[in-house]
Design a protein around this ligand. Structure first.
Ligand code: UDX
Length: 417
């Protein structure tokens, strides 16, 4: 059965969810305050880089608008707006409060039942303590006049369409059974296990999942830092660990750490939430702190081989990971700032991100790969596949992301192997 759905927010989550639900046969409206995004979605020009998304957008009939009142025609409303960090690491609820207040306004005049679904990543307790009170300020009652659900997204940037269409699990946090039943109906064609829990359990599943992923990265980087001092190849160690199916080999790539706009933000938010309830999360705190220290180890290694001051240092990769076209949360920012502080001149190449540096690298000259290879030393910050096909012979390379070809360099150092 086709449902009439509204999606608030047309970023990497909102637009992927909108396009995939539309392709499932639902009537989808996307609401965004960014008129340029609205224009591009209506013109079927994908405003973000997500492999496969442009093709779907071209096939489906999605209406985009900046007019919130149009959501009153929906049966289900998803909020897919950002929840950025406050300075203390807790999440800023500004965007989600604005969106929910708009939903509350439409609720006031709405007679038929509809389900409000929080998909933004919010701290445990937020849907019950913040979202529902705003919705009930409409005079309507949750569980009677409208439904409420919280269903976290588990999408990786650059793999959003794949991850939405191939979920490992579907988590439905429900205020009441009726809300959950309606949301579940959207996923009837999926084969993944569906977990129906209460609202704050769903919120915590998201945070605990990302915190664990971050913990795996910091764990293997800690092992890597020890291995580096012992002259052991960490990647060989992981191979020996992975045969134990309880360990596996996923998310155990040692390097300069986890970047991006999610893991660090969600980990900081969980730490902040724990502290708000008078619990000091010592493991999570060290996972975070180790990651903060990891990337600048490249500078220490570089100094073993050249005088950084007044040298020209080449950077391969600026995006936070391959297949991402942006530098949001990229550890390249940390490395660049440290190199500039040491007085280095910087040249960089990235296959996708150079068009989206958002002013973060004003003193870095973007050049072709060959020019980076001509620098006094080269730092590898992102493991783009094309970097496995460069000629590193005679070079000095500090590798932050394990490009095997680079081992042919005259001097090669792995950040933690
Ligand atoms: C992450 C989670 O994977 C996803 O489930 C969640 O919904 C959003 O946050 P994303 O941030 O897009 O997705 O990227 P991811 O592929 O997880 O990588 C995050 C960072 O960790 C990257 O900088 C990557 O280079 C780094 N990483 C990842 C490692 O350093 N080692 C690894 O083994 C894996």
């Amino acid at each position: 059965m086709s449902r009439n759905i509204s999606i608030i927010g047309s970023g990497h989550v909102g637009l992927v969810v909108a396009a995939c639900l539309a392709r499932q046969g639902n009537q989808v409206t996307v609401v965004d305050t960014d008129e340029e995004k609205v224009r591009r979605v209506n013109a079927r020009v994908c405003p973000i880089y997500e492999p496969g998304l442009q093709e779907i957008l071209s096939q489906v009939n999605i209406q985009a608008t900046s007019d919130y009142s149009l959501i009153s025609n929906s049966e289900i409303v998803f909020t897919c707006v950002p929840t950025p960090s406050n300075t203390d690491g807790s999440i800023s609820l500004g965007y989600i409060k604005d969106a929910i207040e708009q939903v509350s306004l439409t609720l006031r005049d709405k007679s038929d039942y509809y389900v409000v679904v929080v998909k933004s990543t919010v701290a445990p307790g937020t849907t019950e303590e913040v979202v529902i009170p705003i919705l009930e300020s409409s005079g309507k009652k949750a569980g009677i006049d409208f439904g409420v659900c919280m269903t976290p997204e588990f999408l990786r940037e650059g793999k959003g369409v794949f991850d939405f269409m191939n979920p490992s699990r579907i988590v439905i946090g429900e205020h009441d059974r009726r809300s959950g039943d309606i949301l579940c109906s959207l996923y009837r064609d999926f084969t993944a296990p569906v977990l129906r829990v209460n609202l704050k359990t769903a919120e915590m599943i998201k945070y605990a999942s990302n915190a664990f992923l971050a913990t795996k990265v910091s764990f293997i980087n800690e092992i890597g830092n020890i291995c580096k001092r012992l002259g052991i190849d960490t990647y060989e160690v992981v191979k020996g660990m992975a045969y134990d199916e309880r360990i596996g080999n996923k998310f155990l790539n040692a390097g300069i750490g986890f970047g991006g706009s999610c893991l660090r933000k969600d980990l900081a938010a969980l730490i902040a939430k724990a502290r708000q309830i008078d619990y000091e999360p010592s493991i999570l705190r060290e996972v975070f702190n180790l990651n903060e220290r990891q990337a600048v180890k490249m500078i220490d290694l570089l100094k073993r081989h050249i005088s950084v001051k007044d040298s020209t240092v080449g950077l391969l990769g600026l995006s936070f990971k391959p297949e991402a076209d942006n530098v949001n949360g990229s550890l390249a920012v940390t490395v660049v700032n440290a190199l500039l502080k040491e007085g280095a001149r910087l040249k960089a190449y990235d296959p996708q991100a150079m068009a989206n540096l958002d002013g973060l690298f004003p003193r870095v000259e973007c050049v072709a790969e060959e020019e980076v290879l001509g620098c006094d030393a080269i730092l590898i910050l992102t493991e783009w596949e094309e970097f496995e096909h460069l000629d590193y012979r005679g070079k000095i390379v500090i590798d932050g992301r394990r490009i095997l070809k680079a081992k042919e360099a005259e001097i090669y150092e792995g950040v933690c192997w």
